[in-house]
Design a protein around this ligand. Structure first.
Ligand code: GLN
Length: 487
């Protein structure tokens, strides 16, 4: 096996036993990127030079006999809505083209502290709005399993580069499924932690009460390792929570005896592809054979999730994106006008209509409408109340169950162009993932099989707030059980 195909924990063992060097891992990964990236387009920019310096530093530490972090020297790609000091951070938007943040996001600081090797910034739907990465202003990313298909979104670049071995690990963000859905489309593990577990400082806001940073990796062990690095309280993010970060690795080996799992019937109802349904149900059967107790349950407010989510996120986005005015960051449109009186307004208007893509403008308009004085009660306030009811469905379920298992997406990866002209169809792709962000819960997407066409299918495990340990424990057991079943 080539180095670029291995997991982070496998590479670590080779590094500390001095069989390979961090520079070798990086060089092999760069070669791989040069080979496959023209077909994938997962990256918006690379940081090979600074990456190589970091890799050399790790090699020196090993040579001097120093202990290294379990993720030191491991290549990682970062989604382009996360600020990286002096490195372009565009949110895949023309409006931020050329923007180089003067600081690192807290998560990026933590990756550097662990001596991980950042190799580039990944493509995404503009401002993380989308489910296919087709909304990038810089062209779509292609799914490594079938280049004519989407990798999912909005963290499609991050999922595709891990799946195509162009990075060992990646960071993404998840507002309504943007880590989990691309992970399932690309056959990798995607983890969205509890809201407040990971600092959002330096994550460019889409919908602040939903956004959360998480990981994309080849397996659950790597997810546990990466989650340990990026989690933790940060005074720079007032919504991050002061709570101990457990050693996620040590919980992995515990078995599933006595674990109770709820299977919400609403997530297997109308609209789900039959292969997705049977593959996820087979995996649930498999873990019940391994000692977990699985039962059907009902989550009665699930049907309102998509409408509730899209009212709330567009409202938050319309406010968050007001800052892109052509003055403070990035793009400014050429504007000439006779009257100086209106020229500032014209500049704002022209900058925003030229700088933002269609989907972003659609959402700003939708959100502005939902928040306007005459409609606030009918839309925004009502959606907030529905959000509480969806949260209560989960609270009730977790009185009895340790975890819930559902599909991630109603269908496997679709063709590029198939849904891009039909926003409502695109929004429906998020039906099983948005509820988790509405409730602020942790969830993980694990590959559990393939469709007849050879496309990956993922399942989603959901746990109580801040119970990432349980999530990883069940994820790990599931991964092992599926692996054994394959053999
Ligand atoms: N697809 C969803 C949306 O468009 C989720 C995006 C995300 O999680 N960033 O809003």
């Amino acid at each position: 096996m080539s180095l670029y195909e291995l997991t982070a924990h496998q590479l670590h063992n080779l590094l500390i036993s001095k069989q390979i060097s961090a520079c070798e891992i990086l060089s092999e990964t760069i070669n791989r990127i040069e080979q496959v990236e023209p077909g994938i387009h997962g990256y918006l920019c690379n940081t090979f030079d600074t990456g190589m310096e970091q890799a050399k530093k790790v090699d020196e530490m090993i040579a001097q006999g120093q202990d290294i972090h379990p993720l030191a020297g491991i290549p990682i790609a970062v989604k382009d809505n996360i600020c990286t000091k002096s490195i372009p951070t565009t949110c895949a938007s023309k409006i931020l083209e050329g923007f180089k943040p003067p600081y690192d996001a807290t998560v990026v600081e933590k990756l550097k502290k662990a001596n991980m090797v950042i190799i580039g910034k990944t493509n995404m739907d503009e401002f993380a709005m989308g489910s296919s990465t087709e909304n990038s202003a810089f062209g779509p990313t292609h799914n490594p399993w079938d280049l004519e298909r989407v990798p999912g979104g909005s963290s499609g670049g991050s999922a595709a580069v891990v799946a195509s071995c162009e990075a060992t690990t990646a960071i993404g963000s998840d507002t309504g499924g943007s880590i989990r859905q691309p992970a399932s489309f690309c056959g990798v593990v995607g983890m969205k932690p509890t809201y407040g577990r990971v600092s959002r400082y330096g994550l460019i806001a889409y919908a602040s009460s939903f956004d959360q940073i998480g990981s994309l990796t080849r397996d659950v062990t790597d997810a546990a390792l990466l989650m340990k690095v990026i989690s933790g309280y940060d005074p720079a993010d007032s919504t991050s929570v002061k709570i101990v970060v457990p050693d996620y690795l040590s919980c992995l080996e515990k078995d599933l005896k006595g674990i109770k799992i709820g299977v919400p019937t609403e997530y297997f109802a109308q609209g789900i592809d039959t292969e997705v349904k049977s593959t996820v149900l087979d995996a649930i059967n498999l873990i019940s054979k391994n000692g977990a107790l699985c039962e059907n349950i009902s989550m009665p407010h699930t049907e309102y999730a998509i409408s509730c989510y899209y009212i709330l996120v567009t409202s938050e986005a319309s406010s968050n994106l007001a800052r892109y005015d052509g003055v403070q960051y990035g793009y400014r449109a050429e504007h000439r006008t006779q009257s100086t009186e209106h020229s500032l307004l014209n500049m704002y208007r022209k900058t925003r209509s030229e700088g933002f893509g269609d989907e972003v403008r659609r959402r700003i308009m939708l959100g502005t409408y939902a928040l306007s004085a005459g409609y606030y009660d009918a839309y925004y306030l009502k959606a907030q109340k529905v959000r509480t009811m969806i949260k209560q469905d989960f609270n009730k379920a977790f009185e009895k169950y340790d975890a819930l298992i559902t599909p991630v997406s109603p269908f496997p990866a679709f063709k590029i162009g198939e849904k891009v002209d039909d926003p409502l169809q695109m929004y429906l792709a998020d039906i099983y993932t948005v509820t988790i962000n509405l409730a602020g819960l942790p969830a993980i997407s694990i590959p559990c099989g393939f469709s007849k066409e050879g496309l990956p299918i993922g399942l989603q495990i959901i746990c109580k707030a801040f119970d990432e340990e349980m999530l990883l424990r069940i994820g790990f057991a599931m991964e092992k059980a599926l692996d054994r079943a394959k053999k």
